[in-house]
Design a protein around this ligand. Structure first.
Ligand code: HEC
Length: 159
């Protein structure tokens, strides 16, 4: 039964998210949204909307053993990389001025996980797809709790 991979996967995802939650509270970085130029904010928001939709559909594709959709959607998330989009040199300068290097690193890691998920689709390895999907979710939580706690109040640090 394919479903059986989900129980352990869920536990692992839960544990990972919890540990990052604790780490994040200690770091408590500042929201980056207010620091972005209107153009960059718009680009990021549109990337996030695409990523969200793809992530929801990825969960369904993985659960259904629909490997070719996993390949497609994983690649699509990978390609949405904000730093790989056709940013003008002014946009790039604005972005680097607004975000710390850690944010860029997290974004890079996130998109490389999507590429690995896409690769796991090619080999039809459902357990590995579940693993990378969990890591991707962990990256959403880590980045949002560190850099978007103004947008996602659930991550706001309680003092
Ligand atoms: C490297 C950082 C980073 C990663 C990784 C990341 N996000 Fe985001 N996301 C942000 C930031 C920053 C915002 C807030 C932008 C703003 O201020 O409006 C955001 C906003 C969003 C929004 C709100 C968009 C809107 O309509 O305003 C959604 C939905 C979202 N992210 C989904 C996701 C999902 C799902 C994942 C993982 C699969 C993810 N994000 C991964 C940084 C990230």
């Amino acid at each position: 039964m394919k479903i059986s991979i989900w129980r352990p996967t869920r536990i692992v995802i839960g544990a990972i998210i919890l540990s990052f939650g604790a780490l994040t509270l200690a770091l408590a970085a500042e929201p980056i949204g207010p620091k972005l130029t209107p153009r960059l904010k718009e680009l990021l928001t549109s990337e996030m909307k695409q990523v969200s939709k793809a992530t929801a559909n990825l969960a369904i594709a993985i659960a259904s053993g629909d490997h070719s959709t996993v390949v497609d959607l994983g690649a699509r998330v990978h390609d949405s990389f904000i730093l790989k989009q056709s940013l003008t040199s002014k946009d790039k300068k604005d972005l680097m001025a607004a975000v710390p290097p850690e944010f860029v690193g997290l974004d890079r890691r996130f998109h490389s996980l999507a590429a690995k998920l896409s690769d796991a689709g090619k080999t039809g390895d459902s357990a590995l797809q579940g693993f990378y999907f969990g890591q991707m979710l962990e990256a959403c939580v880590q980045c949002h709790s560190q850099y978007a706690s103004d947008r996602f109040k659930g991550f706001a640090v309680k003092k």
